[in-house]
Design a protein around this ligand. Structure first.
Ligand SMILES: CCCCCCCC/C=C\CCCCCCCC(=O)SCCNC(=O)CCNC(=O)[C@H](O)C(C)(C)COP(=O)(O)OP(=O)(O)OC[C@H]1O[C@@H](n2cnc3c(N)ncnc32)[C@H](O)[C@@H]1OP(=O)(O)O
Length: 184
């Protein structure tokens, strides 16, 4: 991955220890919002990612490129592929049990991705430094050990739930997730 200093953990930053309430190895992770373009089952043309964690620390998901995801004819749009990276990374910070948002997302495009391709996505955390989480992801063509088509490095920033209440619609998230504490 050609990542910048902004997405490289500073010296001493370590990946987090497993959170005691993180989903156990082998668990599936639910969608955070049914209308989410990345993971919402209710989105008509979204990516419909369904993530799982094989080990409680990393996240895996598959994305099959459809008609709605084209840039050049019969090829995936680069912005859609960046969305897949953003989403699978967003799902991996879910394991930290704190709300985070994307601050910076860097993407390397290594291979064209034709419509009908299933990309095997994986994301993991490389370090935490205060509110900053450093993460990486990759998308491989056709199989978990297939050729790498996309790589990403990201800086996610921890926020509080007021972020979603002030700028968005926290009630809509809470309505779907009774397990979130809206006013802890
Ligand atoms: C039990 C589980 C509980 C979980 C509950 C979860 C519920 C939530 C449900 C669902 C959400 C999930 C959704 C997933 C979807 C995928 C993820 C997305 O696409 S998110 C959307 C796109 N991103 C944004 O809309 C952010 C917009 N930006 C902002 O709101 C602010 O800029 C924010 C919060 C990122 C930072 O603002 P500040 O005022 O809080 O903090 P400052 O001081 O500016 O930054 C903190 C540190 O980070 C660095 N920083 C911030 N942005 C940076 C950047 N772009 N590049 C480099 N450094 C950056 C700063 O330099 C600063 O560093 P120094 O502490 O001084 O060392």
């Amino acid at each position: 991955m050609t990542r910048s200093s902004l997405t490289t953990p500073p010296p001493g930053a370590q990946p987090p220890p497993a959170h005691p309430d993180a989903p156990s190895a082998g668990s599936t992770l639910g969608s955070h919002y049914s209308k989410c373009f990345g993971c919402g089952a209710g989105h008509p043309t979204g990516l419909h990612l369904k993530a799982r964690t094989p080990d409680g620390a990393t996240v895996e998901a598959e994305f099959t490129v459809g008609e709605a995801h084209q840039g050049a004819p019969r090829l995936a749009h680069g912005g859609v592929l960046a969305t897949a990276m953003d989403e699978v990374i967003g799902m991996s910070v879910y394991l930290l049990h704190k709300p985070y948002v994307t601050g910076r997302l860097e993407t390397d495009y290594l291979l064209p991705v034709p419509v009908g391709t299933t990309l095997h996505l994986r994301a993991w955390c490389t370090g935490i430094d205060g509110r900053k989480a450093y993460l990486e992801a990759e998308g491989r063509i056709g199989a978990p050990d297939g050729p790498v088509a996309v790589r990403a490095a990201a800086l996610f920033i921890e926020v509080n739930m007021e972020h979603f209440a002030k700028h968005g619609d926290l009630a809509a998230i809470a309505a779907e997730h009774q397990d979130y504490e809206v006013n802890p």
